[in-house]
Design a protein around this ligand. Structure first.
Ligand code: PEP
Ligand code: MN
Length: 384
């Protein structure tokens, strides 16, 4: 990433946002505003817990496919006004068009966020920035669905260019084409690099959209806090199981209170830096290790499919010429990256053995013959 001096981004930290904004900033509320009753019941439950200070609810929902629940729309704006009047919670919703912005400003919504599907579109972000020009309202920018730091920063820059100073980022993970244990891969190096480039930029975590399920929510929320993020946005619903959107990841107001009480808030000082350098590097290593294992999982799935294909077409499982080509290519890449030749050979041989084990144990199972365990194939290298 180019140095931060290339960017026009000087956001104000929460300490300069005015009364009520401090770390950790806790935002909670349903994925979607569905009915007035659901919104009020959820808000009252959250307020009773006494943890969150901001109520979120999506009024206009960006859905992957048409036909899904697309939110209650502008008719829900008075519900947010009621939330504020009756619970004292600040209100916040997602805006994606000029009309959304205008309706929210008119209704007195306290804060806005830009969703992960809007951030990557410079036309849309510029339209929103233009609609907000001259308005002093906090705007949170979610990371783009694709892992591109420049798009995330660019969206913040467009808003800053329109005069907005109370800007913050939300890390909600990234769409990923491989299987991952999460709905959106956290790729923690992105918020870490963003914070490193702009130390005054507050970044909060959205563990709900990363986890995608209730059971992983606590782990992700704690990881976000351990990395020094400035707060959490969590999806909370009065009746999570029957939510019209994101039912698997929402939790009840009671479960939310328990979650917040179970978390360790290590960083209480507004100006405390991100986790120290060693921790930061260790977190990156953990992230990379996780990605390596995920990639190995995907590689083995494909190896199994190749095994099936070979069986169907009576092709031998082991094909030394193909393996030699792979090794030659990998060794060239390794030498380019400064990886030791011996290490690379042993690593690739271990992968090859596991691939063959997967291909042959499948065969054993399908032919009813018990697998004889891990077959010991000789290491196949270029120096054979
Ligand atoms: C949401 O917050 O409900 C939402 C739609 O999130 P994202 O833009 O992160 O997918
Ligand atoms: Mn959601």
């Amino acid at each position: 990433m180019p140095g931060s001096s290339h960017y026009a981004l000087h956001p104000h930290p929460f300490s300069q946002w005015g009364a009520g904004f401090q770390q950790p900033l806790l935002i909670a509320g349903p994925c979607s505003a569905e009915t007035e009753e659901q919104v009020m019941a959820t808000a009252k439950g959250i307020a009773a817990g006494g943890h969150a200070t901001v109520f979120r609810a999506g009024l206009w929902k960006p859905r992957t496919r048409p036909g899904a629940f697309e939110g209650a729309g502008a008719q829900a704006l008075p519900w947010l006004q009621r939330v504020k009047a009756e619970t004292g919670l600040l209100t916040m919703t997602e805006v994606a068009t000029t009309e959304h912005v205008e309706a929210c400003l008119k209704a007195g919504v306290d804060m806005l966020w830009i969703g992960a599907r809007t951030t990557p579109n410079p036309f849309s972000v510029q339209e929103l920035a233009d609609a907000l020009r001259g308005v002093d309202i906090p705007v949170f920018v979610k990371n783009p669905i694709n892992p591109d730091l420049h798009l995330w920063i660019g969206a913040l820059e467009r808003l800053e260019g329109a005069g907005l100073k109370r800007l913050a980022a939300i890390h909600r993970g990234f769409s990923w084409f491989e299987r991952t244990p999460y709905r959106n891969s956290p790729m923690w190096e992105f918020p870490i690099r963003l914070k490193a480039a702009f130390p005054d930029l507050e970044i909060i975590g959205d563990p709900s959209h990363i986890a995608g399920s209730r059971d992983k929510l606590g782990t992700i929320a704690q990881q976000a806090l351990d990395l020094g993020l400035s707060g959490l946005m969590v999806e909370v619903h009065s009746d999570p199981a029957h939510a019209c959107s994101d039912a698997e990841q929402q939790i009840s107001p009671e479960a939310y209170a328990e979650l917040i009480q179970s978390l360790i808030f290590r960083q209480a000082l507004p100006s405390a830096p991100m986790a120290d350098r060693l921790e930061e590097l260790r977190d990156l290593i953990d992230q990379l290790d996780e990605e390596i294992v995920q990639k190995l999982g995907s590689r083995m799935d494909i190896a199994e499919r190749i095994g099936e294909y070979k069986r169907e077409h009576n092709v031998a499982i082991i094909q030394p010429e193909r393996w030699e080509r792979i090794m030659r290519r990998q060794l060239a890449l390794a030498s380019h990256l400064g990886l030791g030749e011996q290490f690379l050979k042993e690593f690739m041989d271990a992968i090859h053995r596991e691939s063959i084990r997967r291909q042959t144990s499948e065969q054993d199972e399908s032919s009813g013959v018990a697998s004889a365990g891990v077959p010991q194939y000789p290491a196949i290298g270029l120096d054979r």
